[in-house]
Design a protein around this ligand. Sequence first.
Ligand code: PLP
Ligand code: TYF
Length: 396
Amino acid sequence: MFEKVTAAPADPILGLTDAFRKDARTDKINLGVGIYKDEAGQTPVLRCVKKAEARLVQEQTTKNYLSIEGIEAYGQVVQKLLFGDGAAIIADKRARTAQAPGGTGALRIAGEFIARQLDTNTIWISNPTWANHRAVFTAAGLEVKEYGYYNADTKDLDFDAMLASLEDAKAGDVVLFHGCCHNPTGIDPTQAQWQQLAKLAADKGWLPMFDFAYQGFAQGTEEDAYGLREFAKHNAELLIASSFSKNFGLYNERVGAFTLVAADEDTANTSFSQVKAIIRANYSNPPSHGANVVAMVANDPELYADWQAELKEMRDRIQEMRTLFVEKLAARGVNQDFSFIARQNGMFSFSGLSKEQVARLKDEFGIYIVGSGRISVAGITKANIDALCDGIAAVL
Ligand code: PLP
Ligand code: TYF
């Protein structure tokens, strides 16, 4: 029977990582996949995570199943990070959170909840967006539509195009936003634009959804929640997919969360019963380790301070590389303006490099970048930046 199965296309980003691994050149540089690298080019376990893990191993007494929605203390931590300590949404019990296997798992739960429980079958995603968005929502049975986002000429948000395409979004349609550090462009709405979008969503009756995979990578965990909290002011209902893969460096522990906000506690509980039914029929209940780590770090003032300091270290290092990258390209006489890279947020920037230039960088210089020209700035270090800029200057 299996001889009838045809091969699936490789994931464009993870496939690039495979090609990089096979490349025998010792001076190769991987700026494909979005994984944070420190100055030594490593992706180490955060110090606060190591401390929490040591404690967990000591204190753990059972490997009994978690509940369908996971660890309660973890759900509380997720809500505090999203809405702020002491937020009315939390006090009024309008939010319910389910621990999920990564941000991807949370997106899938959201997709299935929308497909099965809501009147709409449509979700609007930005063009461009993280490639897996379309795959996850299509797999859940949704129809995916795109709104404009990127202006290739100004290398900035095309806010007019965004508003124009969302004119076609109907009341009840789901509109997905990136909480911060938009993947792949690194461009987020300004505060004024967030305010406008939040009010527009309420006026039009859209169901806003947030994919929050990089909280703390732009300005800080509080600052980066600005857009979401602005939406929460104006919209009674929200869906949120959180990921702690990047900001806790817990990539392979699969730590995410699905949060549903309803107009009142009863509606939240009833809706959440359907979320639990979806989880039950999918993976039954989540794994405990990573979520336990996050809950322990967040609830211990000393570990929390450590985490915030380590997150700042990651954020500052990426920002330093952005500034240095722009300077070093200019110093090589590149006359194209790359200053936008220093203004963008998070791990990624759209370089504007063409497919041909990206291919030459790989073939001639061993520099790996996603075909769209997206650079994972988090992979640049002081050790590889000169070779990187030499390569880019050569292909331009
Ligand atoms: N959403 C976006 C925008 C991402 O870039 C990622 C990256 O991995 C995810 C979701 C998925 O996160 P996770 O690895 O926790 O599944
Ligand atoms: O966009 C990225 O590089 C990260 C990592 O299927 C990633 O979000 C990439 C592809 C994928 C899963 C994670």
